[in-house]
Design a protein around this ligand. Structure first.
Ligand SMILES: [Zn+2]
Length: 250
């Protein structure tokens, strides 16, 4: 059964117990890392998720807390002797910036560097990003300060699904993507522009009719009980606060 492992849960400011929000989807056919604000080499080791069959990296948007670990991640895979192709998925504007960032490190000159293919994702609802024998990943654009994608993971065997909001203000497209999902993992950074409060996350969970809401990308100095109580004002289903190394089988 494929699983989603949460590698970090903090909003932009991490602490000792909360890395920047990123995650890995893992199945028998390979793994896919989502975002890289810190170095996933470290967090995947902590989570005991092997990266020897890493298929792809998906970048939801180009903000430092989601991309600043990319150069180190790609460098370390090379130093670990990776030979296989790595696909990097994201919106075209995001991928252009990742390539510009990597070019500052003159990565084209790193000898024997494994092939990397940049695969732009169409900015439309329910776009298929990629699939493996274990799961498929769909995307939809949502509302943030820069162009961004939310993701839907669907188990090939069971059809069960998990939706990850990425960073967004309350967004109907996200509710449509999450319709009928088992779990909605929704950011709760706060009600400021481009983000959502816990109550707003609850509203989207209710609109989507999901079974369970898990709050992520929250301010680590906020009270977990208060965040969940706030989400309960708008959503009557199961609510949890995502923690680093949480595992969701689907
Ligand atoms: Zn963020």
């Amino acid at each position: 059964m494929p699983k989603l492992v949460i590698l970090g849960t903090a909003s932009a400011i991490p602490d000792a117990a909360h890395d920047n929000t990123h995650m890995v989807v893992h199945g028998l056919g390979g793994s896919v890392v989502v975002d890289s604000g810190c170095n996933p080499i470290v967090s995947c080791k902590r989570a005991q998720v092997p990266l020897d069959n890493l298929l792809a990296l998906i970048i939801t948007h180009f903000h430092p807390d989601h991309v600043s670990g990319v150069p180190n991640f790609l460098l370390d895979l090379w130093l670990l002797n990776r030979q296989n192709n790595l696909n990097i998925y994201g919106l075209r504007v995001t991928l252009d910036k990742v390539q510009a960032m990597m070019s500052l490190f003159e990565w084209k000159d790193w000898p024997g560097f494994y092939p990397v293919a940049f695969e732009p994702v169409r900015p439309a609802e329910n776009t298929l990003v990629m699939e493996t024998p274990d799961f498929r990943i769909l995307a939809a654009p949502t509302h943030h300060l820069v162009p961004i994608l939310a993701l839907k993971l669907v188990s090939q065997a069971t059809g069960r699904s998990i939706v990850y909001s990425s960073d967004t203000s309350p967004c109907d497209a996200l509710a449509r993507l999450a319709r009928g999902a088992d779990v909605l993992i929704h950011e709760a950074a706060g009600a400021q522009s481009g983000h959502s409060s816990a109550a707003m996350a609850g509203s989207i969970a209710r609109q989507a009719g999901v079974r369970r809401l898990s709050l992520i990308h929250y301010q680590t100095n906020e009270s977990p009980d208060e965040l969940m109580a706030e989400a309960h004002t708008t959503f009557s289903g199961e609510i949890t606060l995502a923690r680093d190394l949480d595992v969701f089988e689907f």
